[in-house]
Design a protein around this ligand. Sequence first.
Ligand code: PBG
Ligand code: ZN
Length: 328
Amino acid sequence: MSTPIPIRRPRRLRINNAIRNLVRETRLDADDLIQPMFIVPGSGIRKPVASMPGVCQVSVDQAVEDARKAMALGVGGVILFGIPASKDALGSDAWSEVGIVQQAIRAMRNALPDMAILADTCLCEYTDHGHCGPVRGGGIANDETLELLGRTAIAQARAGADIVAPSGMMDGMVAAIREALDSEGFERVSILSYAVKYASAYYGPFRDAAENTPSFGDRRSYQMDPANRREAMTEAQLDIDEGADMLMVKPGLAYMDILGALRQTTDLPLAIYSVSGEYAMIKAAAERGWIDEQRVVMETLTGFKRAGADLILTYHATQAAAWLTTAK
Ligand code: PBG
Ligand code: ZN
């Protein structure tokens, strides 16, 4: 019996770089990448986050310089998290006109008028207990949080944010923020909802960076159970109905199936957040020489796009943009 000769030979289209380039289905663009930043009070401050090599808490002046560098490399935008000088039960720095993130937004808007500025809209970096809303009777008060999120979004919009990104997984947060923004004339400000955010151990290093570890309990009464997929569709649909302009899935790698499923059900732009733990794992393995950081990062980012992401929030954004520039 002779060996059958294959008629179909997919390897023909992998034969060299030129052919592979012709048939490549997914491409990475720096302008789809969003760089997260952690803003602290003061000036001239760059305080490394131990569990996230290459990431620093930065004061406003340094943040502007980092943003300038990111823009020069073609990064699509920045998302800002604030660590205030003082925290309280309601997280009042989040919506203060002179709150830490509002200061950063103003400075960036001034220095880089055309840059897309996103603000994380949540209270957990600003509350003394570290939860995403006020604590009432041992739980997190949903509807009271909505009012505070509305105020926060308005303060961020007033400072110059283009996009507010509520991340607290409160029921009704998108509708409340939309109404608040519109009541102040900020119809042009978009909402990128962290619609599908799981209660994840991958947020570990972020809690060092943002100093928002809950002082008691955890976030499982508001963030989603990692085991649930149908519920993700419900969460996404609610946020669409409430007027979200874009939806986010978070974390990234372990939830690509959710992103893929959402891609089938909505035509809204989709974002994925490759979170702190994903970054830390890549960095740690790369530091040991166990993986090639650049190749693993590019492969991972390509995977997000292939799964359906339009935007990717990643701590590697500026670095990846630099790699993309040298690759060209
Ligand atoms: C806070 C918030 C978190 C992240 C983004 N916004 C942490 C959390 O919910 O505990 C996680 C980002 C990351 O881990 O990179 N609402
Ligand atoms: Zn939060």
